[in-house]
Design a binder for this molecule. Structure first.
Ligand code: MRU
Length: 345
């Protein structure tokens, strides 16, 4: 496979390494995820995360296995395991399905490798298209609020919502970003603050519960965030806390934009009620787990409900910024997503 380089994914010499997103921002540690078991563990531990990035990473892992001469049966079994590593972001399923569709061909290994390279470069181009469309919505001098991490770490390119914010800044618009810290795994506090710092975009970190108050005070002009799965009717799943931001934005008349590539749209999913929602380890809520070390503040036996995502109805979306165009609430509710082509850009 030809070398592939993204901010958080590096593939060369027959191996793939991931920038461990659980170790950021203090440590830039690269971990090898060439072995499918290591890739699955990395996806589940959120060492690689963000809807497009997990699809691209899993694809690279499968392509490298194909390149090493694995049988069609082994590739099919591995794709099924990678596909099931996390349940909500549809990009993972889409990437695995796109590659397994090639496995009956006589040149399956070469086809999977070529398709993976194409998929990686497509994601870069999709990010660019979203960045342009999203940046056009942002006005000079605006305070923009975002949730979770939707930047270069989460994709093969510049990102989705954060890519658009970065593009607006690069165009010379004076933007300031309110960064929701994003409980419980702090993708905003750890990753978005780190990325905006690298880009030089002014930003202020807030607790998730500060967002509504800032809107009430007129200190948020626009919300831009991403999605993990968008149903055919425009309802979408994104990081837990997104729905609350959407409700607050609607109450205060703040435009609320979802920025995502077409690979995040699931036309087979009729509405938000059909999106599978991942539930994660109670330890993430009882305290801080993983690379944070074992800190616990809740009683060890406290009952916990820890959904990783929530669903926001299309009725609360001002517009969906896809790579192919900007679709307003009326278009979403009229079913525009059912009419989009399934390949791009
Ligand atoms: O659990 P995560 O960190 O993978 O969740 C990621 C998100 O919710 C992002 O907002 C989404 O994937 C869009 S990323 C371009």
């Amino acid at each position: 496979m030809k070398p592939l380089n993204a901010l958080s994914i590096r593939c060369d010499g027959g191996s793939v390494r991931l920038l461990d997103q659980q170790a950021l921002p203090d440590e830039e540690r690269w971990v090898d995820a060439t072995d499918p078991d290591a890739m699955i563990a990395a996806i589940q531990a959120l060492k690689v995360r963000g809807a497009p990035a997990i699809g691209v990473s899993a694809a690279i892992c499968l392509a490298l296995l194909a390149e090493r001469g694995a049988s069609t049966e082994a590739l099919r079994a591995c794709a099924a395991r990678l596909r099931a590593a996390r349940p909500t972001a549809v990009n993972l399923m889409w990437a695995m399905d796109r590659l397994t569709a090639l496995l009956d061909r006589p040149d399956a290994a070469a086809a999977v490798v070529a398709e993976t390279e194409a998929l990686f470069h497509e994601d870069v181009a999709l990010c660019d298209a979203m960045a342009e469309r999203g940046a056009a919505l942002i006005q000079d001098g605006e305070d923009v609020l975002t949730h979770c991490n939707t930047g270069a770490l989460a994709t093969a390119g510049v990102g989705t919502a954060l890519g658009a914010i970065g593009r607006a800044w690069a165009q010379g618009k004076r933007v300031h970003v309110w960064v929701d810290e994003t409980r419980p795994l702090l993708q905003g506090g750890r990753l978005t603050a780190w990325e905006l710092g690298r880009l030089g975009v002014p930003c202020t970190l807030i607790t998730d519960s500060t967002a509504a108050m800032l809107m009430a005070q007129g200190r948020v002009q626009r919300v831009l965030l991403g999605a993990d799965r968008i149903a055919a009717n425009g309802d979408f799943a994104n990081k837990i806390g997104t729905y609350g931001v959407a409700v607050a934005a609607a109450h205060h008349g703040v435009p609320f934009h979802v920025v995502a590539p077409w690979t995040t749209v699931d036309p087979d999913c009729p509405d938000g009620a059909h999106i599978p929602i991942e539930e994660r380890d109670p330890a993430e809520v009882r305290g801080a787990a993983g690379a944070f070390g074992a800190v616990r503040w809740a009683p060890a036996a406290a009952s916990v409900y820890n959904p990783a995502f929530d669903v926001t109805p299309a009725a609360l979306v001002t517009s969906l910024v896809l790579d192919s165009g900007v679709y307003d609430r009326a278009a979403l509710q009229a079913g525009v997503l059912r009419t989009l082509p399934r390949r791009g850009p």
